[in-house]
Design a protein around this ligand. Structure first.
Ligand SMILES: [Zn+2]
Length: 124
């Protein structure tokens, strides 16, 4: 038995309260009607299965019932972090030791700047 940290309850709870729901960060195509059958099939059915660090979607099924993401090492089963929907992971295959606080802050500023630029584009 092991414990998983729910980022919404902010507690470590028994693994049996949780259920895995597959690969995280699968973006639905913006315009499904314009997808080819091959593109739509890839979105629906094809998932990465890496050896090492990857991101998974989980649900706190017998708890707050919210979905969240886990960064897990598929070789060691180590859970590196859990994070809320919409948040970005600190650990990844590219950053196995975790991004520094400076990198995370810089990415947040860049993302917010992009959002502002997008909003200005809509108004124009
Ligand atoms: Zn929870």
């Amino acid at each position: 038995m092991f414990y998983i940290h729910c980022p919404y309850c902010d507690e470590y709870r028994d693994e049996e309260e949780f259920a895995p729901k597959g690969q995280a960060h699968i973006a639905r195509p913006e315009d499904p009607e314009s997808c080819t059958d091959e593109q739509w099939g890839a979105y629906l059915f094809f998932r990465d299965n890496p050896r090492g660090i990857h991101h998974e979607l989980w649900v706190h099924a017998i708890g707050c019932r919210k979905f969240f993401n886990i960064t897990r090492n598929s070789a060691s089963y180590e859970i590196l972090e859990t994070y809320r929907m919409g948040e970005q992971p600190r650990f990844s295959a590219e950053h196995p030791e975790g991004k520094s606080a400076e990198t995370v802050a810089a990415e947040k500023v860049a993302a917010e700047a992009g959002m502002v630029a997008g909003q200005e584009g809509v108004k124009a």
